[in-house]
Ligand binder design. Structure first.
Ligand code: TYD
Ligand code: MG
Length: 431
């Protein structure tokens, strides 16, 4: 990876740039996220929640690498070698140049690398490994750090690309793998809900290239498959005529994803206010509900409110403020939004709708999927011809336009509309 022995200054111009050239893994979506592939001598951390598919993804990477003539080694500290064998058989033919070593001792990984000289090494997982020279049980911060450090040294010394798996929990689990970010060259996060098929792979840190690309996979019977068009997975079962459904165009890295946001308001007037958020930041939801009430007079506070992003997607960027607010208002009022409407925009505490990055990419994806109207921040530039833009400066305007479109469309107001009617529009609340 470097140009010259440690400690010896060399002219930067004389350093061989090809020493850090990525080698494709053969898993195309992974290579895309890595801007080409894994760099020999580097250490990559792949983290995600348990069950999301990290072991499957990396076994596929090893299988693909080994079947294209390189040698690959899996250090499996969590699963026995026979469990790995069973899983691998589901994923495809097993090339002879794929090796596996069991056991939790990180020094055994070094010995296996010295024996096999692999091009790619996967250590699964950093929480299950143990450095015998460090006290503490596996998974403690000191152990996790020591093991990652050993693997980084191994990569640098022996030259293989090393990938280490780390588990995080829904609550963040920051003390674990995230504490390793400074120790590694590349950090990939693997996201998705284990009960849904869609998985997102993205680079959080990458020393060898840009971090904007996102890989999309679908978990199936035979492992992870690349998803070329996530539209059907994300919107396939949508019921736009039901109140509480709004569609947003999110950006994950540079990649636009059109996602449904659903809200359900229940038990108004019982006095037990509660909110449940799935795939949406609960604190953000709380502030949006407050802004809806204080700036636009949409009251939900006396009942239970459920809000979720469908298909297990995390819709946590500020651009989802507007669709979340529309979904909540739609649910609270029992009025469905137009089926062909998408929206995006950040909402400030003053009830203003703010611009978000990548409007052009969001609009292009929405148009591709057949949406014809978009509710967007005031400064949004013209988008695809097939998409009529409705530019709004405030949440009140946005509600006006969105539900106004429903009325004008005629017949869109569903039988489900309950008549528990809204204080919105409530002029007193609109300042
Ligand atoms: P796994 O890769 O073990 O997750 P992680 O290492 O992140 O904990 O796999 C997660 C789930 O994926 C597991 O519950 C079984 C399922 N799965 C499939 O649906 N299809 C497959 O081909 C494989 C190998 C696993
Ligand atoms: Mg695993």
């Amino acid at each position: 990876m470097s140009g010259g022995p440690p400690g010896e200054p060399v002219s930067l111009a004389a350093v061989d740039p090809d020493a850090a050239r990525p080698v494709p893994t053969g898993v195309a979506e992974m290579d895309r996220v890595l801007a080409g592939g894994l760099v020999p001598g580097s250490l990559t951390l792949v983290y995600g929640e348990p069950g999301v598919g990290k072991s499957t993804l990396l076994l596929q990477v090893l299988l693909a690498s080994a079947s294209s003539g390189r040698s690959a080694l899996l250090a499996s500290a969590e699963e026995s070698t026979s469990q790995v064998r069973v899983r691998a058989a589901r994923l495809g033919p097993i090339p002879p140049s794929l090796f596996v070593v069991g056991g939790a001792d990180v020094t055994l990984v070094g010995e296996a690398v010295a024996a096999v000289h692999p091009d790619v090494v996967v250590a699964d997982s950093v929480q299950a490994l143990v450095d015998p020279e460090v006290s503490g049980v596996p998974g403690t911060l000191a152990q996790v750090r020591a093991c990652a450090d050993r693997l980084a040294q191994l990569a640098r010394r022996e030259g293989p690309a090393v990938v280490v798996v780390g588990h995080v929990t829904k609550e963040g689990g920051l003390a674990g793998p995230r504490a390793l970010e400074h120790l590694v060259d590349t950090v990939l996060s693997f996201e998705g809900d284990r009960h849904h098929a869609l998985r997102l792979l993205r680079a959080v840190k990458h020393r060898f290239g840009p971090t904007g690309e996102v890989g999309l996979f679908e978990m199936g019977e035979e492992g992870l498959r690349a998803v070329a068009d996530p539209g059907p997975l994300l919107l396939g079962d949508r019921r736009p005529e039901v109140p509480g459904s709004a569609v947003s165009a999110l950006l994950h890295g540079r990649r636009p994803l059109v996602v449904e946001i659903q809200a359900l308001a229940y038990g108004a007037g019982r006095g037990s206010a509660a909110r449940t958020a799935q795939g949406i930041d609960p604190r953000r939801l709380a502030s949006l509900v407050a802004v809806l009430e204080c700036r636009a007079g949409v009251v939900t506070a006396s009942g239970e409110l459920f809000v979720s992003a469908t298909a297990g997607v995390r819709a946590v960027e500020p651009a989802t403020d507007l669709p979340v607010s529309l979904a909540v208002a739609s649910a609270a009022q029992g009025l469905a939004l137009p089926a062909d409407l998408i929206s995006f925009g950040e909402i400030g505490l003053a009830g203003e709708v703010r611009q978000v990055p990548g409007a052009d990419r969001r609009l292009a994806e929405a148009a591709r999927l057949g949406f014809t109207r978009a509710l967007v921040p005031a400064s949004t530039a013209e988008g695809p011809a097939a998409l009529a833009l409705f530019r709004v400066g405030t949440l009140v305007e946005a509600l006006d336009v969105a539900f106004g479109l429903t009325d004008r469309a005629g017949g869109d107001v569903p039988a489900l509309a309950t008549g528990t009617m809204p204080s919105w529009p409530n002029p007193a609340a609109i300042r």
